[in-house]
Design a protein around this ligand. Structure first.
Ligand SMILES: Nc1ncnc2c1ncn2[C@@H]1O[C@H](COP(=O)(O)OP(=O)(O)OP(=O)(O)O)[C@@H](O)[C@H]1O
Length: 297
């Protein structure tokens, strides 16, 4: 079954899928309440990689994520879009517990990765983050050589016994990140001397090197020029054969180019999720339509 089929068939079966007429009203947009916990479109998948139910995130007393339920399919690329401050990054960071480092942050609900509780008290967070890697907005290579940046994860996770095994992991990861040909003759050069686009692909290679199952990307191209952006987008499409990819982006064009499904967030709610082409050509919710037509955000 393809990614799209697994999503569609699950959505057809799921009683929480809300008919369009229940949520699109004639009320003025600014008066229109978002129905808490109700997401239009196709939020569910058969045999999901992530099964997320009734997720709420609080910063102190403030509720930043409001009763969100969503499946993320295996080998799917899903984009999170929405106005600034709507909770995209907060929700993304729940998927590998990056929010743990924020003292005032509290996560409620059920968050499952392959049917295992991400927030279980005995969960090994280091192992979780190896399975669910992350690429950040600003390329953040270590001030080490290109080789050592990629070898860092495999070394601390004990993935290579011999130097030749480590060499293979470094080469394969750099190849998958589309960087090998550019750096193979200067693996000992310091990574911080690379261009921004190369640094970001190095960070992708670093994430790939520990054999993750999922890669989370938080605005991975926002610091890159259009050529470097195109390379990373090409890479995302290639990587979707091997990984599940979740990407937060402010660029609707980017979401349209790279993702199978697009999820629209608004003030901590997940308003609509659907096949990307549907979200951009026939959004079901008025708030999604307002955002994609540039009326706010
Ligand atoms: N560390 C934090 N402490 C307190 N509040 C936070 C923290 N991080 C985010 N928030 C709040 O949570 C809400 C959601 O923020 P978040 O960064 O997840 O939104 P976003 O959609 O990713 O925004 P942007 O597109 O601007 O990056 C906002 O109201 C924000 O102020």
């Amino acid at each position: 079954m393809s990614v799209n089929e697994t999503i569609s068939s699950a959505a057809e079966q799921h009683e929480n899928s809300v008919p369009v007429q229940d949520v699109v009203t004639e009320k003025k947009r600014e008066d229109m309440p978002v129905q808490e916990g109700k997401t239009v479109g196709l939020p569910y998948a058969d045999d999901p990689k992530f099964k997320l139910r009734n997720v709420e995130v609080f910063y102190g007393e403030d509720r930043a994520i409001k009763d969100i339920s969503l499946d993320i399919a295996r080998n799917e690329v899903i984009s999170f879009i929405g106005p600034s401050g709507c909770g995209k990054s907060t929700f993304l960071r729940c998927l590998n517990r990056m929010n743990d480092s924020i003292d005032i942050c509290r996560v409620k609900g059920q968050l499952m990765l392959d049917d295992e509780d991400i927030y279980h008290s005995r969960r090994d967070v280091v192992e979780l983050r190896a399975r669910v890697g992350m690429v950040f907005q600003k390329p953040n290579p270590f001030p080490k050589s290109i080789y050592d940046n990629v070898a860092y994860g495999p070394r601390i996770h004990g993935l290579a016994n011999r130097k030749s095994d480590l060499d293979d992991i470094v080469e394969n990861s750099l190849r998958k990140a589309g960087l090998w040909d550019e750096v193979k003759d200067r693996l000992d050069a310091t990574a911080t001397g690379m261009s921004g686009g190369q640094q970001q692909r190095l960070c992708i290679a670093r994430a790939i090197a520990v054999s993750p199952e999922v890669i989370l990307m938080d605005e991975p191209c926002s610091a890159l020029d259009p050529i470097a952006t195109a390379k990373v987008e090409e890479l995302i499409s290639e990587m979707s054969e091997s990984y599940t990819i979740v990407i937060v982006t402010h660029s609707m064009q980017q979401a349209a180019r790279v993702s199978h499904r697009t999820a629209y967030f608004h003030l901590g709610h997940l308003v609509e999720v659907n096949e990307t082409s549907k979200v951009f050509t026939a959004p079901q919710h008025e708030l999604t339509e307002s955002y994609i037509t540039g009326r706010f955000g």
